[in-house]
Design a protein around this ligand. Sequence first.
Ligand SMILES: *Cc1c(COP(=O)(O)O)cnc(C)c1O
Length: 389
Amino acid sequence: MARSVISALSSAVPAPDDDREPIYVTRPELPPLEAFIPSLRKIWDSKILTNSGPFHQEFERKLCEYLGVKHIALFANCTIGLVTALQALRITGEVITTPYSFVATAHSLLWNGIKPVFVDIDPETFNLDPRRIEAAITPQTTAIMPVHCYGYPCDVERIQAIADNYGLKVIYDAAHAFAVKRQGTSVLAHGDLSVLSFHATKGFTTFEGGAIVCPDDKIRQRINHLKNFGFVDEVTVVAPGINGKMSEFNAALGLLQLEGIDKALAKRGAVDRRYRAGIADLPGIRCLKPPADARTNHSYFPILVEAGYPLTRDELYQKFRDHNIFVRRYFYPLISDFPMYRGLSSAAHDNLPVARRISGQVLCLPIYPDLTLKQVDRIVELLRPPKST
Ligand SMILES: *Cc1c(COP(=O)(O)O)cnc(C)c1O
């Protein structure tokens, strides 16, 4: 108490390593403003603001190169990308998906009049558990929509094998999976389509933005029509499309962000290692381990607060907040517990014990390129249970 009075009275602006400085779960990495001005000048000179302009085209090309994928269709955001991906593949009926994700995953199904069927997650990867998918397939099932949660790759082979067996499409919500690789190749190359997010809170940002990764050129063309109202030329509209286009501003910024992404990923990696070293010996706190053959992007640092820890997850969450550290409970509540999903009656719906347990134990600690190792130490220090003497 006395301490907080003293810090309130002190007028100095806190430095990043000051232990009063609030720390948020993420903070966007931006290029120097001066570096962006020449791109803005080009946009102002050309007056081309959107509709697949030069920055848009160059960003699509460079993204394909960087990510090692065949085709990309840029979007205004990931959610409209997901809605459009489902339309492009003409998905209907029921889709099997995970309850342990951001609501947009399932919302994209409701926007298409599709019924989400929630299937439990794997206790190690937190991704859709392939062992439970088959039991949830009905004659109405047309697709599977898994999420590479925290950028940890799904079991893409087993999911594809089930999809092939039952003639289902696979659309990955890859909002967390920018630059993620598995056995040396992009995780985005799997499934029929993968949808990325470039939102401000994600590991790679264009302020708002997203993209569909697409292995097939014909589907890509269809996606490009759908994201532009269904226009194929000035007078022909082939589908009730939406406006999902990314603007030149976002594309120009994305090009600049690409130049700094490897450095940013390396800085995130250093934060990740510091956390793991600091948390290794803490009883009751478990770090998630990415699969050995994966290169992740360190966009999140989830921990589980287990029974051996002296505080509950929510008590620890509150303790962090009391110390100006804004950790987040990703993902709590489960999507299946939100009102628009609670009413979906299905046996699978009430059978989500793993997702429910993890959702009650998880806490995502701050991680971003400019988080200092000293700040990481301050966070780890708060995790140490008070010594009972
Ligand atoms: C952030 C996120 C989205 C939505 O992305 P937007 O670009 O904000 O629309 C979808 N799915 C998951 C898993 C996300 O984390």
